[in-house]
Design a protein. Structure first.
Length: 369
């Protein structure tokens, strides 16, 4: 990709001249922006990171639904990321158990137990390895109710998988595969930005009548810490959240990227005097068209940012829909700030990611159009 090569060459040259340029300009880090739970979710709260919030959601689901099963590679001892710690001790080996290292088998088994009435919570250890299960998910799980004319269903199926960059994952442990599944009717795709959302959205997925894919940004497992409501609560699937209001530019993101664009929005307000509205989509299938359209009608400008590659990323669907719905309100072309159309690199990760500074540059470009 010539564009990526040019970007890396220019950035490398700039790094050599770091004495004259601020090193922060080339950082791929972001600052986590914690959320505050609304009072409606309960007064009692517990400090949790995202991993603990996921664990707490599964604990509640298994405690309230005796048919719920948790299974996947290594989940019996807590999993690679420790999201299932303690669940087997509490609920037994019949309800929390390891599977063979076979993603196609995990998905096939999950569909089978869901069709006979169990609630299946299946873990795919890394989102990058969900593709061996792709046929089972899109050709079986997504179509099961439709092909049987409503006689059968595997709606009690949730597939959890990690997603996104973690700083050292390289090409097989850093991908964001969400857009691959949004082309398939019958699936719901959810990506939380933090512990409060992770718990509420995961409980919604587990109890939803449709198969759900729940993607957990692995870099946030320990980094994201919030005061999470202790009780049983849910957050609606398909409803976006405006986490920062503004009047000049709308930015839409999900997962880790919400924190990246939020930081860029703060810098834009300080340096440029630009008022930025930030929307966390939360679920990308279904996605909240009305929320985004209402915001863009107000601001006249839209930036979409996600870690996944630009080409055929879900940002393209958002751009197409909003261009149609808000055409007469747009003051500039819709911008997308995404990963490059290359395999995810290792040493060049800082140049691949849609960083705070790439988003900041997009804000400058769209307001000056």
């Amino acid at each position: 990709n010539l564009q990526l090569k040019a970007t890396m060459a220019a950035s490398s040259l700039a790094l050599k001249n770091a004495v004259r340029l601020p090193a922060r300009r080339f950082a791929s880090h972001f600052t986590y922006q914690p959320s505050v739970a609304p009072a409606s979710l309960g007064a009692e709260k517990t400090k949790m990171n995202l991993c603990q919030a996921v664990n707490n959601a599964m604990d509640i689901a298994m405690g309230t639904d005796k048919s719920a099963l948790v299974f996947g590679e290594d989940v019996a001892f807590g999993g690679v990321f420790r999201c299932t710690v303690g669940l087997q001790d509490k609920y037994g080996k019949d309800r929390v158990f390891n599977t063979p290292l076979c993603e196609q088998g995990i998905a096939g088994f999950a569909i089978g137990v869901a069709t006979i009435g169990s609630t299946a919570i299946a873990e795919i250890q890394f989102g990058d390895y969900i593709f061996p299960a792709y046929d089972q998910i899109v050709n079986e799980a997504a179509k099961y109710r439709y092909r049987s004319g409503g006689l059968f269903s595997c709606g009690g199926l949730t597939i959890r998988a990690t997603c996104g960059a973690v700083g050292h994952g390289a090409l097989y442990h850093s991908q964001s595969p969400e857009a691959n599944f949004t082309h398939t009717p019958g699936l719901k795709i959810v990506v939380p930005r933090g512990p409060i959302q992770a718990k509420g959205l995961l409980l919604s997925c587990i109890r939803d009548p449709d198969p759900c894919i729940f993607l957990e940004p692995k870099v946030l497992y320990r980094q994201a810490v919030e005061e999470v409501p202790s009780g049983d609560y849910s957050i609606p699937i398909g409803k976006a959240e405006v986490i920062k209001t503004g009047k000049d530019v709308t930015i839409v993101a999900w997962g880790t990227q919400v924190h990246v664009v939020s930081e860029a929005a703060k810098i834009a307000e300080e340096k440029l005097g630009v008022s930025v509205e930030v929307i966390d989509l939360q679920s990308i299938q279904p996605w909240d068209e009305d929320c985004v359209a209402e915001s863009v009608t107000k601001t006249g400008r839209l930036i979409i940012s996600h870690e996944a590659p630009l080409n055929s990323g879900f940002g393209a669907e958002i751009a197409s829909t909003i261009q149609k719905r808000c055409f007469l309100s747009l003051e500039s072309p819709i911008e997308r700030v995404c990963g490059w159309d290359t395999p995810f690199p290792h040493v060049y990760e800082p140049f691949y990611l849609p960083t705070v500074w790439r988003v900041f540059d997009a804000i400058k470009k769209t307001v000056k159009y």
